[in-house]
Design a protein around this ligand. Structure first.
Ligand code: NAP
Length: 342
């Protein structure tokens, strides 16, 4: 029987996760059945939503169990197929939800073959995968961005945000403004991704200035669409700058994922009435119907070199928790990934 390693959550984090909340465990790999496949992971995704799964509370996805392997998006190579599996072969690349581990045995039905010639395998965890679809549906289906509108996106140098700004530009936005932490990230947005302006929210904070004034300066005529990855002060600043009939796609609120006490809401909600604003939360999982349109658009843009995408790669399963903790504190530009031996 062969052995494999997997990450377990062993304690629910209070505030920011610490190394002591996790344990790397060696286990036996079960014997595959006739309809099973054995997969060796090559890329693991770490995503902000996983922080929510570390808490013991009801949500749209079940909490991680203590003392059990964590899961999440990953890509791997098929090492073995059961005798009843006829549509996958050894060496195929597959996308699946068995992340946070080296190897695993699962039913054929739990993995999906992807074409590693159409895009690098790890792109199916980023630009061609869940974060890409999130950006696409959030901007176009949820916020219903139209040509000639002004778009503001927070978390703009991350996996989702960096694509939101570029899709907005490709779909004819009049101006795209992004917010991110630090000068290297804001320079990347403007110099390489084609954003019209970027706000370094950490510099704004360090200067004791307000995010609302910084956004007003970049968008003096206001914003039509806000794509929220951050919540808190960013959401309040966006509400202050949204124009008449403005819309916000509420995608994530990473500024409060580690909060240990209730976080006050935006103080300026009466503006929703005055300016007839729409704030709409969404989950990418509800938008599977948009996948074909997304895949067609995104693969075309990638082929034409019209989308820039970047990865921050951390090597080794033993560093997966460090990668996740770094993601929550802005250690990534573009998609945060863990690379295992190829
Ligand atoms: P990401 O943006 O690649 O990484 C997270 C980024 O958040 C960090 O790089 C950091 O960048 C920023 N951040 C952390 N703490 C912050 C704070 N206090 N204030 C402002 N920024 C902060 O992650 P992602 O995978 O693309 O996800 C982005 C957001 O979308 C998350 O909120 C996530 O939960 C959400 N999401 C939602 C769905 C959905 O279906 N609704 C699907 C996917 C993702 P800086 O250096 O700029 O601070």
């Amino acid at each position: 029987m062969s052995r494999t390693r997997e990450w377990h959550l062993v304690r629910r984090p209070k505030g920011a996760p610490t190394d002591e909340d996790f344990r790397l465990v060696e286990v036996d790999l079960p014997q595959p059945r006739a309809d099973d496949v054995v997969v060796r992971n090559t890329w693991l995704s770490v995503d902000p939503y996983m922080r929510g799964r570390m808490d013991d509370r009801k949500s749209y996805v079940a909490p991680f169990e203590l003392g059990a392997p964590m899961d999440g998006g990953a890509v791997g190579v098929v090492e073995q197929v059961g005798s009843d599996v006829h549509d996958l072969t050894v060496g195929d690349t597959v996308l699946h939800g068995h992340g946070w581990r080296e190897r695993f045995v699962t039913s054929r039905t739990r993995v999906q073959r992807v074409d590693p010639d159409a895009a690098p395998p790890q792109a199916y965890l980023g630009v061609m995968g869940m974060p890409g679809l999130t950006a696409y549906v959030g901007l176009l289906a949820v916020a219903r961005m139209k040509p000639d509108e002004t778009v503001f996106v927070s978390g703009a140098a991350g996996a989702v945000g960096s694509l939101v700004g570029q899709i907005a530009r490709l779909k004819g936005a009049a101006a795209v403004i992004g917010s991110a932490g630090g000068p290297a990230k804001t320079a990347w947005l403007v110099d390489e991704l084609g954003f019209d302006a970027a706000i370094d929210y950490k510099a704004v904070r360090a200067q004791g200035a307000s995010l609302r004034s910084a956004l007003r300066e970049k968008a003096p005529d206001g914003v039509d669409v806000y794509f929220d990855n951050v919540g808190g002060e960013h959401l309040e600043a966006a509400i202050a700058c949204l124009r008449l009939n403005g819309r916000a796609a509420i995608c994530g609120m990473i500024s409060q994922y580690n909060a240990v006490a209730p976080v006050p809401g935006p103080a300026n909600l009466p503006l929703l009435i005055q300016n007839r604003l729409t704030l709409r939360g969404f989950l990418v999982g509800d938008h599977a119907d948009a996948r074909p349109a997304f895949a067609a658009d995104m693969s075309g843009w990638l082929q034409d070199g019209r989308i820039v995408w970047r990865e921050t790669v951390v090597d080794g399963l033993e560093n997966a928790v460090a990668a996740f903790r770094d993601l929550l504190s802005g250690g990534n530009t573009g998609k945060m990934l863990v690379r295992l031996p190829q």
